[in-house]
Design a protein around this ligand. Structure first.
Ligand code: SAH
Length: 260
């Protein structure tokens, strides 16, 4: 088999440009980790460069059987380190029980789900370098106050430093995607736990942004008894930093305790 037939349903757009592939791999700092997990190697354009690196050992998870067959015959040195499966469901056992990094030209249709999986495993996944849709990259890297700042920006920025690294044009892929792409990097920050009830924090962020044009006083009515007067409640969700969302969550918790 000389190449893998691109399947739209799996988000397969194969990168053709070796220089960009090198730039992506070079963006991985891999401080303090021994293992890197590549999500969706496809025909191995990144994998080939990853296996040349000496400071870590690369594994890859791929959901497409045809790509697996291709990789097994073209990258024999990866034998035993190519996993056939779904990144969203794979168990983090064996080498993935100790901190690792994630890299990939991600399937764009599931990039948000990939990020939620990363968040759930934030104490294992210390770094992520990924190519995603440019608009999504801008959104998650957006600072408070910007129009594109949203749920994923707050949740990810609570635990990771997010950097928008560079933009990638559609013509470097086969077949070209309909959207522009960008490479981003997440680096785990020092926050072990938020200084508030984390489940309530997620609810506050989600409810707040569900009606992003309303003040938090209005959009969070379901979570409060409406008697909190703190000025934070007069703001709109995109105006709040992570620290302010933490404070907001604590105000709601205290209000609930008083109620009970
Ligand atoms: N890294 C390659 C391919 C990128 S396309 C390149 O740069 O050329 C995205 C890849 O992710 C495809 O190979 C696709 O089969 C794979 N993929 C899609 N969904 C996946 C999932 N849930 N788990 C693992 N791999 C997945």
């Amino acid at each position: 088999m000389s190449y893998v037939t691109p399947k739209k349903s799996l988000g397969q757009h194969f990168l053709k440009d070796q220089n960009i592939a090198r730039k992506i791999v070079a963006s991985l700092q891999a401080h303090g980790i021994e293992h890197v997990l590549e999500v969706g190697p496809g025909m191995g354009v990144l994998t080939k460069i990853l296996i040349e690196q000496t400071s870590y050992v690369t594994y890859a998870i791929e959901i497409d059987k045809e790509s697996i067959t291709y990789l097994e015959s073209n990258l024999p040195t990866m034998a035993g380190r190519i996993i056939y499966g779904d990144f969203l469901k794979m168990p983090f056992t064996g080498v993935f029980e100790t901190p690792f990094a994630v890299i990939g030209n991600f399937p764009y249709n599931i990039s948000s789900q990939i990020f939620f999986r990363v968040l759930e495993n934030r104490n294992l996944i210390l770094e992520v370098v990924g190519m995603i849709q440019k608009q999504v990259a801008e959104r998650i890297a957006a600072p408070p106050g910007s129009k594109t700042y949203g749920i994923l920006s707050v949740l990810l920025q609570a635990f990771y430093k997010i950097e928008y690294l560079f933009t990638v044009h559609e013509h470097v892929f086969a077949p070209p995607p309909k959207v522009k792409s960008a490479v981003i990097r997440f680096t785990r920050n020092q926050t072990l736990a938020l200084d508030c009830d984390e489940r309530l924090f997620v609810n506050v962020v989600k409810n707040g942004f569900n009606q992003r044009r309303k003040t938090l006083h209005n959009s969070l009515k379901g979570l409060t008894n409406g008697t909190i007067t703190d000025p934070l409640f007069q703001k709109r969700p995109e105006q709040l930093s992570v620290a302010e969302f933490v404070r907001l969550t604590n105000l709601i918790s205290e209000n609930r305790v008083q109620e009970g």
